[in-house]
Design a binder for this molecule. Structure first.
Ligand code: NAD
Length: 485
C-alpha cells in the first residue's frame, strides 16, 4: 500500500548515513511502489551543490548501497527526478528561506518529515530553526538519529529542547535495531504463538544472552567513538532495546504507547550492575600482514585512551517474571565474527528418565539478527540408529531467506521499514523520551563507577571473542557464551 503523499527533508543529505542507508532505503521503497508520485525528497546540507550534482551523488549511493533489489536505469532516473537539494546551514540563516519556499503551497494535511541525519549538536538548533521559520506545524514529524544524549542530563536537556517545538507524538527517535525484520519477528514469536509465552519466565528460562559482535573497528567515527565507547554507543540503546523486547510483558495492543509503556517498565526494573559483573575491553593491533590494522588506541590517535571497544555484563530484572534469571549482554568491535544474536537458554529437564548416560540437552531458542536472519529452536531427540537411547540436539530452523521464498528472501532494510512508519505516523518502533532517559539513568552510574575506580579496559586480540575475563564472567556462573566464543 503506498503511503500518503509526503515531503521528506533529509538534513545531512550528503552525509555517510544518507548515502549508505536513507537514500537507498527510499529508493527500494520506490521500486516496490510504496512512494506516491507526488512525494518529494529534499536533501539539505552544508555543501554548496547543484541539484544535478546531488542527483549524481544519490545515483552513486543507490548503485553502491542499493542492495540486491536492483532496478533498471529508467527507474533510477524516475526516482532521481523526485529529488531536490537545498544548501543550508543548520547554525545560520543560509538556505532556510529557500527551504521554506520549496515547502510552501503544499496542501494542509500533507505529511512533512524532517530527518535529522546530522551530528547531535545540531539536533536542538534544527528544531529551533524549524519553529522559527514556521515549519513546525501539527502535520510535521521529526526523525532524530542516535546518539540521543551523552548521559541522562544531556538527554533530558535535548528532550526539553525538542518538546518546546514539537509534541512527543511528532518526535521519532530512531534505533534502527527496532526496524530489523527479526526484531519484529521476536514480538510475533512471543505474542503470536501459544507455545513460548507460558515458558517465558524464570521458572523455565535459565538465562538469556544478547550478543552484538562486530568485525569492524571505529573507522571514520574515531572522535565520536572515543567519547562514547561501547556502553554509550551500543548497550544504552541497541542492546537495551533488544533486552526490552525479550523481557517485556505482553502489551494489550501493538500500538506505540502500549508497547513503549511495557519497555519502560523493563528498563526501570533493571538492577544496578555490580562491578564484578562487568568486563570492559579494548582491541589490540592486528599484525597479520594481509589484514593489518592498529590497536584501538592507535585507531583513535589517543595513546592513553581508556574508552572501551568491548563490554560484557550480567544484569537482572527485579520483577515477578524474571527474578533470578541473569541477562548477559556483550558487544564489541574487531571480534572474530559479525554476529547479532539473542539466545534464550531454557533450563534442563528436571529429571532424565533415560539416565544420565543418555546425555542432557537444554532447549535453546536462538534469534539471529545478522547475518542470516532467522530463528532456530534446538530440541532434543533420540540419536538415530540402533545404539540405544542416547539424546542429541537438532535444530528446528527458520531462516527467513528460505522460509519466505524467492520474493520474500530479501527482507527490507531496517531503514525502509522505519522511514515508512514515520510517514504513516506509527511510533511503535521508535523510542519515547522517557524510555531513553530511563536507559541513561541505568547506564550513568555504571560509567561513573568505573570512572571513580579508574578501571582500565582489558586488552583483547583483534579477531578474538573478546577479553578472557568475559568467559570467566560466564564460567563463574557455570555457563558459557553461545555463538562466538
Ligand atoms: P556525516 O559527517 O557523514 O554527515 C553529516 C552531514 O551533516 C553532512 O551532510 C553535512 O553536510 C551535514 N552538516 C554538517 N554541519 C551542518 C550544518 N551546520 N548545517 C547543515 N548541514 C550540516 O555524518 P553521518 O555519519 O551521516 O551521521 C549523521 C547522523 O547519523 C549522526 O548523528 C550520527 O551519529 C548518526 N548515525 C550515523 C550512522 C552511520 O552509519 N553513519 C549510524 C547511526 C547513526
Amino acid at each position: 500500500i503506498p503511503v500518503d503523499p509526503f515531503d521528506l527533508v533529509v538534513f545531512g543529505g550528503t552525509g555517510d548515513l544518507a548515502q549508505r542507508k536513507i537514500l537507498p532505503a527510499l529508493f527500494r521503497r520506490f521500486c516496490t511502489g510504496h512512494i506516491p508520485d507526488s512525494a518529494r525528497i529534499i536533501g539539505a546540507a552544508r555543501s554548496d551543490m547543484t541539484l544535478d550534482a546531488y542527483r549524481a551523488f544519490c545515483a552513486k549511493a543507490i548503485k553502491t548501497y542499493g542492495g540486491t533489489r536492483s532496478c533498471e536505469d529508467g527507474t533510477v532516473q524516475e526516482f532521481l527526478s523526485r529529488l531536490d537539494y537545498v544548501p543550508l546551514d543548520a547554525m545560520g540563516e543560509t538556505g532556510w528561506p529557500e527551504l521554506v519556499h520549496k515547502l510552501e503551497g503544499c496542501a494542509a494535511g500533507r505529511v512533512t518529515v524532517f530527518y535529522f541525519s546530522v551530528g547531535p549538536r545540531l539536533f536542538g538548533p534544527l528544531a529551533e530553526r524549524l519553529r522559527h521559520h514556521g515549519m513546525a506545524g501539527p502535520d510535521t514529524r521529526i526523525v532524530v538519529e542516535k546518539p540521543f544524549g551523552h548521559d541522562l542530563e544531556s538527554a533530558q536537556a535535548l528532550n526539553a529542547t525538542l518538546a518546546r517545538h514539537f509534541a512527543e507524538g511528532q518526535i521519532y527517535r530512531i534505533d534502527h535495531y527496532l526496524g530489523k525484520e527479526t526484531v519484529q519477528n521476536l514480538m510475533a514469536v512471543r505474542f503470536g504463538n501459544m507455545l513460548f509465552e507460558p515458558l517465558w519466565n524464570s521458572q523455565y528460562v535459565d538465562h538469556i544472552q544478547i550478543t552484538v559482535a562486530e568485525t569492524v573497528g571505529v573507522d571514520g567515527r574515531e572522535e565520536y567513538y572515543d567519547r562514547a565507547g561501547a556502553m554509550r554507543d551500543m548497550i544504552q540503546n541497541h542492546l537495551m532495546q533488544l533486552l526490552c523486547l525479550i523481557a517485556m510483558e505482553p502489551p494489550a495492543k501493538f500500538d506505540p504507547d502500549a508497547v513503549r509503556d511495557e519497555k519502560l517498565k523493563v528498563i526501570r526494573a533493571l538492577d544496578a550492575v555490580l562491578p564484578h559483573h562487568i568486563v570492559r575491553g579494548q582491541f589490540e593491533a592486528c599484525l597479520d600482514p594481509d589484514h593489518p590494522h592498529p590497536s584501538y588506541r592507535g585507531s583513535v590517535g589517543e595513546p592513553r585512551s581508556t574508552t572501551e571497544s568491548y563490554i560484557a555484563l550480567r544484569t537482572h530484572l527485579s520483577n515477578w517474571r524474571w527474578a533470578g534469571t541473569p541477562f548477559y549482554l556483550r558487544t564489541g568491535k574487531r571480534l572474530k565474527a559479525r554476529s547479532s544474536v539473542i539466545n534464550v537458554m531454557f533450563k534442563d529437564a528436571p529429571h532424565s528418565i533415560f539416565g544420565e548416560e543418555a546425555g542432557r540437552h537444554a532447549n535453546l531458542l536462538s534469534i539471529r539478527l545478522q547475518p542470516n536472519e532467522g530463528i532456530t529452536l534446538k530440541v532434543t531427540i533420540k540419536e538415530p540408529g540402533p545404539g540405544g537411547m542416547r539424546l542429541v540436539d537438532v535444530p528446528l530452523d527458520m531462516t527467513f531467506a528460505e522460509a519466505l521464498g524467492p520474493d520474500g528472501g530479501d527482507p527490507p532494510d531496517a531503514y525502509e521499514r522505519l522511514i515508512t512508519d514515520v510517514i504513516r505516523g506509527n511510533q511503535t518502533l521508535f523510542m519515547r523520551g522517557d524510555e531513553v532517559e530511563a536507559a541513561w539513568a541505568w547506564t550513568d552510574p555504571i560509567i561513573a563507577g568505573w570512572e571513580a575506580r579508574g578501571d582500565a579496559p582489558k586488552p583483547y586480540p583483534s579477531g578474538s571473542a573478546g577479553p578472557t575475563d568475559a568467559d570467566l564472567l560466564m564460567r563463574r556462573d557455570g555457563r558459557e557464551w553461545r555463538g562466538i566464543n
